[in-house]
Design a protein around this ligand. Structure first.
Ligand code: PEP
Length: 249
C-alpha cells in the first residue's frame, strides 16, 4: 500500500492584508532551514494570491479557498479555477463547511467546483465533516461518507483529489475528536476512495482539520490514514504553522 506524501495546508479564510505576506516569507525560510517532510500550502484570500505566489519561495505552494463551477462569464464577484491557476496556484479548497453553511453549497455544487478545478489542472481539496448534532445522533460516518461520494466529480483521479475531514464542531472551537474517532472516520473515507479509485485510492491524501495546533499536531498526524492537516487559525502566523509542519520532521 502506498503511503502518500503528507500535505499541511493553511486556510487564511477572510484574514490577511499585504502586511501579512511577511508570514509566508518567514514560513518558507523556516521550512528551508530543515525538516518538513511534507508538502506545505497556504490558501490566502483571493486579493493576496498574486503577491503570495511571489512571496512563497521554493517550499510553500499557494492555493485558492474556493472557485466558481464555470470557467468565465457573468458571475459578479466570483473567481474561476482558470483565474486561480493563471496566478500560479496548484490547489483550491472546495466545499469548506463555511461555504456549505454561508452559501448553501450542496455536494452537487461542490462536485461541480472540484470538476472545474481539476479540468484546470488544480488539485481539489474537497472538505467534508459532520455537525455536532449529527455526531451526537450517531450519524457521523454516514454523513461523511455520503458527502465524499457526492462531492467527488465523475472525472476525478486519485492524483487531483485531496479529501479534508473537518468535523464542523471542531473548527475554530479548540475542541478535537479523539484519535480513535479520527481513525474511524478516516478509515471509512479510505474505503470510499478505494471503492472509487481502486488501489490508487490508497494514495489519495486525507487531511484532518479542526483546531489543529502545534501542541496536538503530532498526535493527530500519527493517526492511521491521516495524511496531513487543514489548518485555519494556527496558519496565520508562521511560527505556529511551522510548529504543525514539524509533525513531519
Ligand atoms: C478550517 O477552517 O479549515 C479550520 C480547520 O479552522 P481551525 O484550524 O481554526 O479550527
Amino acid at each position: 500500500m502506498t503511503t502518500p506524501k503528507a500535505l499541511v495546508a493553511g486556510n487564511w479564510k477572510m484574514n490577511g492584508v499585504a502586511a501579512n505576506l511577511a508570514e509566508i516569507e518567514k514560513l518558507n525560510d523556516l521550512i528551508a532551514g530543515g525538516g518538513a517532510n511534507c508538502d506545505v500550502l497556504i490558501c490566502p484570500p483571493f486579493t493576496l494570491i498574486h503577491q503570495s505566489v511571489q512571496a512563497a519561495g521554493e517550499r510553500v505552494e499557494i492555493g485558492g479557498q474556493d472557485c466558481h463551477a464555470n470557467i468565465s462569464g457573468a458571475h459578479t464577484g466570483d473567481v474561476s479555477a482558470a483565474m486561480i491557476k493563471d496566478q500560479g496556484c496548484s490547489y483550491v479548497i472546495v466545499g469548506h463547511s463555511e461555504r456549505r453553511t454561508d452559501h448553501g453549497e450542496t455536494d452537487e455544487m461542490v462536485s461541480s467546483k472540484a470538476d472545474a478545478a481539476q479540468k484546470e489542472e488544480l488539485v481539489a481539496i474537497i472538505c467534508v465533516g459532520e455537525t455536532e448534532a449529527e455526531r451526537d445522533a450517531g450519524d457521523a460516518l454516514s454523513v461523511v461518507t455520503s458527502q465524499v461520494r457526492g462531492s467527488i466529480p465523475a472525472d476525478a483521479t486519485a492524483d487531483n483529489t485531496v479529501i479534508a475531514y473537518e468535523p464542523v464542531w471542531a473548527i475554530g472551537t479548540g475542541r478535537t475528536p479523539t484519535a480513535d474517532d479520527v481513525a474511524e472516520v478516516h478509515a471509512a473515507i479510505r474505503n470510499v476512495l478505494t471503492e472509487r479509485f481502486g488501489d490508487a485510492g490508497n494514495s489519495v491524501r486525507i487531511l484532518y482539520g479542526g483546531s489543529v495546533k502545534p501542541e496536538n499536531a503530532r498526535e493527530l498526524m500519527s493517526v492511521a490514514n491521516v495524511n496531513g492537516a487543514l489548518v485555519g487559525g494556527a496558519s496565520l502566523k508562521a511560527d505556529s504553522f511551522y510548529g504543525i509542519v514539524q509533525a513531519y520532521d
